[in-house]
Write a protein that binds this ligand. Structure first.
Ligand SMILES: *[C@@H]1O[C@H](CO)[C@@H](O)[C@H](O)[C@H]1NC(C)=O
Ligand SMILES: *[C@@H]1O[C@H](CO)[C@@H](O)[C@H](O)[C@H]1NC(C)=O
Ligand SMILES: *[C@@H]1O[C@H](CO)[C@@H](O)[C@H](O)[C@H]1NC(C)=O
Ligand SMILES: *[C@@H]1O[C@H](CO)[C@@H](O)[C@H](O)[C@H]1NC(C)=O
Ligand SMILES: *[C@@H]1O[C@H](CO)[C@@H](O)[C@H](O)[C@H]1NC(C)=O
Ligand SMILES: *[C@@H]1O[C@H](CO)[C@@H](O)[C@H](O)[C@H]1NC(C)=O
Length: 842
């Protein structure tokens, strides 16, 4: 690279053709001076592009090359390529990403040999293209694809003719026509910008890992963050959404010299598509939507922090996003540490139940619909078929699995693994077959088991059924008696039982029971100055443990009707719920009739403390608010469908959203309904737990609760966060509706943004705010079935998918219905206490 070599450029401002034209028409001469690049898509030696308006534009006006400053405060100048006719200004390539120009005197020119030079005001080269070949009459041309190529004027536009092309020097964007991987002697990968203001190379890269069988990986520095796996003829095995596409041809090329991924447009009118790795390391697949004039986000890699994340499950385990427990051992394997597995720590992975001996009779078990394990230490041969592949694997004792190396989609090719199988994932519909080696004794056992099952099926008789039922009945009666008896047992026995019930009772299980004395010491004997607040479930105190850790202790108020054992079991389950948007429950404490829950302490109090306070509202800028809405949505999605338990919160409200040091939201008080028991099902619901203003109609009126009643509460929260106003107690001069009614009225009148809190829009754009209002309204629909579920909400928030029109929300007016039908019951609401218990009106 000749980056800081200074040279004197010869600059001619007008091209030869233009100067000929001058003689005839002064008018167009002037035009050419003002906008000399107006139709040009190329520069030749002698011509140049100067900062301050000069650009070249590709045929069809799709891309433009020139100088720019990134958004924000940056004054640095870069030479780059961006979209022109749509999404104007979205930069796809930067030449001098590491060496910005400090003023607006940059100049791009081409030497007679066909080398592009970027010069600064002192005529020093700060960036240059390189080229092994040279041309007689070189020309640099910006193509319709966004590729800037240098070639001989007379040569056609094919890759082999290029002396240099910008597609060989990718920045953060992968476009159709580019190659990702190893091609013509180069490693081609995309890398994030340092920040939105600095196109310099950031930490995140996305490209092909050539070790073993080539696979697509996203990395931070040198460590893999997520792995899309090898190509299987249609898609990368770990890219769930990408499907064959009529407009683009996706392919993966693998031969002795090259291994690259490639997208080809089938015609020039294809929908614009790009992949971009952003500053946070997310790789987004974006498609230009003409209808909305926006980029639609179709698939984001690395966003799902669960199964997408590299090594979420350890070796020999598969991740399945649809399972209650994410990771499970593959057949014939068991957790290495049952204790960790129970605590939802899967990193240790699984081990074989019966080890391989490499003896006679070893064979394979088939796993369908898998994302293939990490191929970085695998072996392959593209000309072997599946049968030869199996033979080859069997013959080598250290071979643990095999499958097709189906890159071309022809179904042939052999891929072998040696050693551990890591980072597997299971899909409901896509994925590939994987054949995993099993010991002879295991296969034998399976065979016998299958045979026995068959015999059992055949030999089963009415007598057997009766007998079985009798035994079951007896067992059930005995079990019931034992249960009754058990609930009177003391805690010590329960704990002992708890340990015993675990499969691996020789391990030291950590039950999160915290001593009462520890708690009294930490909270200075529940001193009133340590009191953080009071809610429906009890009083919360701040405490500091002797090691300095700050905790929040919730002293549960009512005498729980639940037995001690049930209480501890529930706590055990809830302790395992872990998500960055949930407050972490550290443990519990039991003393006499008292029940206490111990949580991590959140320094920034709760959302209501900020959002409803005139003086503090502005701390929550729009970007933060959107982030909070997204966080709550993710936390709630985890509770509803991703966690091992399916939890309905039932008391979602601003005061139950706590904020950490960085103002990230964490949902608190989840699982309380389980801890309080008593109203688990619709049938025996006689009390409604919840808070005025957040309760869904069907819940308040009929006591029906479901995930959809949480969605209603979420919708109210969203509208409160956007407006900075409480739903309950909202007043307007124009009408008597509550906040929901107000939002609906503005929506119907076509001015939804007037709902938004009155403050500068900052970096959040208005359409984002409007989208939140739209989603908020969809969540507070009167009929539960009209409300989206949480995963839809998360998707709606993240992407540009079209939203349905909302209907009139539930509890539209100031809900006289609610006020009348509810009595203050056994727990009157006080000023400080937002949570209240309403008697069911039936
Ligand atoms: C131009 O680039 C050279 C080499 O990088 C550098 O030393 C010089 O300071 C730059 N001049 C200006 C005005 O930025
Ligand atoms: C850079 O080159 C231009 C054109 O040859 C010349 O006019 C200018 O004086 C040069 N600037 C410096 C600092 O050498
Ligand atoms: C696409 O457009 C370019 C420039 O107009 C043209 O050279 C090329 O042949 C077109 N390709 C197809 C497939 O239509
Ligand atoms: C791949 O397999 C074919 C067919 O079995 C064989 O002829 C060839 O030598 C193998 N190549 C390598 C590198 O093992
Ligand atoms: C088994 O495969 C490994 C890895 O390719 C190789 O190092 C080893 O020599 C092979 N062993 C036999 C017996 O072929
Ligand atoms: C190989 O890929 C093709 C599609 O590209 C698919 O139809 C076929 O089922 C695959 N074969 C195997 C054995 O996975």
């Amino acid at each position: 690279m000749s980056i800081s070599t200074c040279s004197r450029p010869h600059t001619i401002m007008i091209t030869r053709e233009q100067s000929v034209f001058v003689k005839f028409m002064l008018c167009s001469f002037l035009l050419a001076i003002i906008r000399p690049s107006i139709a040009a898509d190329s520069i030749s030696p002698g011509a140049s592009i100067k900062d301050g308006g000069d650009t070249i534009v590709s045929v069809g006006q799709s891309f433009e090359l020139g100088f720019f400053s990134p958004s924000g405060t940056s004054t640095r100048r870069y030479l780059g390529i961006w979209y022109k006719s749509f999404s104007a200004g979205t930069v796809v390539w930067v030449a001098n990403r590491e060496t910005p120009l400090l003023d607006q005197s940059g100049l791009l020119k081409m030497t007679d040999q066909g080398i592009l030079l970027l010069l600064n005001s002192t005529n020093c080269t700060i960036w240059s293209s390189t080229g092994a070949k040279s041309a007689n009459r070189p020309v640099a041309q910006l193509l319709h694809s966004g590729n800037l190529v240098v070639k001989d004027e007379s040569d056609s536009n094919t890759e082999k003719n290029y002396i240099w092309q910008s597609f060989d020097q990718p920045t953060d964007t992968f476009l159709p026509g580019m190659k990702l991987g190893f091609a013509h002697g180069l490693e081609l990968f995309v890398s994030s910008w340092k920040s939105v203001e600095d196109p310099g190379r950031g930490d995140y890269t996305f490209g092909i890992d050539p070790r073993g069988f080539p696979q697509l990986v996203g990395k931070k520095g040198s460590s893999i963050e997520y792995r899309l796996g090898p190509w299987n003829g249609v898609r990368f095995t770990g890219a769930s959404i990408q499907t064959p596409n009529p407009v683009y041809a996706y392919e993966f090329v693998l031969n002795e010299k090259e291994a690259y991924y490639h997208i080809d447009r089938k015609d020039n009118n294809s929908v614009p598509l790009r992949f971009q790795v952003n500053e946070a390391g997310l790789v987004r697949r974006l498609i230009w939507l003409e209808k909305t004039n926006k980029w639609g986000e179709y698939y984001t890699i690395g966003e799902d922090q669960l199964c997408d994340k590299y090594l979420t499950c350890g070796a020999h385990a598969r991740c399945n996003i649809n399972d209650a427990i994410l990771c499970s051992c593959i057949e014939g394997f068991e957790p290495k540490s049952y204790r960790d597995w129970d605590l939802l720590d899967w990193s240790a992975g699984c081990v074989r139940k019966t080890p391989l001996t490499c003896g006679q009779g070893e064979g394979f078990v088939t796993y369908a619909k898998m994302k293939l394990p990490d191929t970085s230490s695998s072996w392959y041969n593209m000309s072997m078929n599946l049968e030869e592949c199996k033979e080859k694997c069997l013959r080598n004792c250290s071979c643990t699995a095999y499958t097709n190396a189906n890159i071309s989609g022809a179904g042939s090719g052999c891929l072998l693994w040696f050693g551990e199988l890591i980072d597997m994932r299971e899909y409901p519909d896509i994925g590939q077959d994987l054949f995993v080696r099993m010991s002879a004794s295991y296969l034998d056992k399976m065979r016998r088991k299958r045979k026995a099952e068959k015999q059992k099926q055949i030999g089963i008789s009415v007598g057997a059924i009766t007998l079985t039922m009798g035994v079951l009945l007896l067992g059930w009666i005995l079990y019931g008696r034992r249960r009754k008896h058990k609930s009177r047992e003391n805690m010590k026995n329960i704990l002992e039982k708890y340990y015993k019930n675990k499969q691996n009772n020789n391990e030291d299980l950590e039950l999160p029971v915290i001593q009462f004395s520890t708690i009294t010491k930490a909270t200075q004997n529940f001193s009133s100055k340590n009191k953080l607040g009071k809610g429906g479930f009890g009083t919360v105190y701040k405490g500091t443990l002797s090691d300095g850790q700050e905790i929040a202790v919730k002293r549960l108020s009512i005498n729980s009707r639940q037995g001690l054992e049930e209480f501890i079991n529930e706590v055990m389950l809830i302790v395992k719920l872990q998500h960055r948007n949930l407050v972490k429950l550290l443990g519990c404490c039991v003393e006499g009739d008292e029940r206490m829950l111990v949580y991590e302490y959140m320094p920034n109090k709760s959302l209501d403390y900020f959002i409803f306070e005139e003086s503090k509202r502005r701390i929550l800028e729009w970007e933060r608010r959107i982030n909070i809405i997204n966080g709550i949505a993710r936390g709630l999605m985890y509770l509803h469908q991703d966690s091992r338990l399916r939890i309905i919160h039932r008391d979602l409200k601003a005061s139950n959203i706590l904020l950490d040091y960085d103002m990230n939201p964490k949902i608190s008080d989840f699982g309380m309904a389980r801890i309080f028991k008593g109203n688990q099902t619709e049938d025996n619901t006689n009390k409604v737990v919840g808070t005025y203003g957040y309760i869904a109609p069907e819940y308040a009126v009929k006591g029906h609760f479901s995930v959809k009643s949480d969605i209603f509460g979420f919708g109210v929260l969203v509208l409160e966060i956007i407006s900075g106003k409480k739903n309950r107690g909202f007043s307007s001069q124009d009408h008597h509706h509550n906040l929901l009614g107000h939002a609906w009225k503005l929506w119907m009148e076509g001015r939804p943004l007037e709902l938004a809190d009155d403050m500068p829009s900052g970096s959040a754009d208005e359409s984002q705010i409007e989208r939140c209002i739209h989603i908020g309204l969809l969540c507070v629909q009167n009929q539960p079935e009209d409300r989206p579920n949480m995963s839809n909400v998360v998707l709606m928030l993240k992407s540009q998918i079209l939203l349905p029109q909302p209907k009139q929300p539930g509890f539209f007016g100031e809900s006289s219905l609610l006020s009348e039908s509810s009595s203050s019951g056994n727990k009157p609401a006080t000023k400080n206490e937002m949570t209240t218990t309403i008697l069911e009106p039936r």
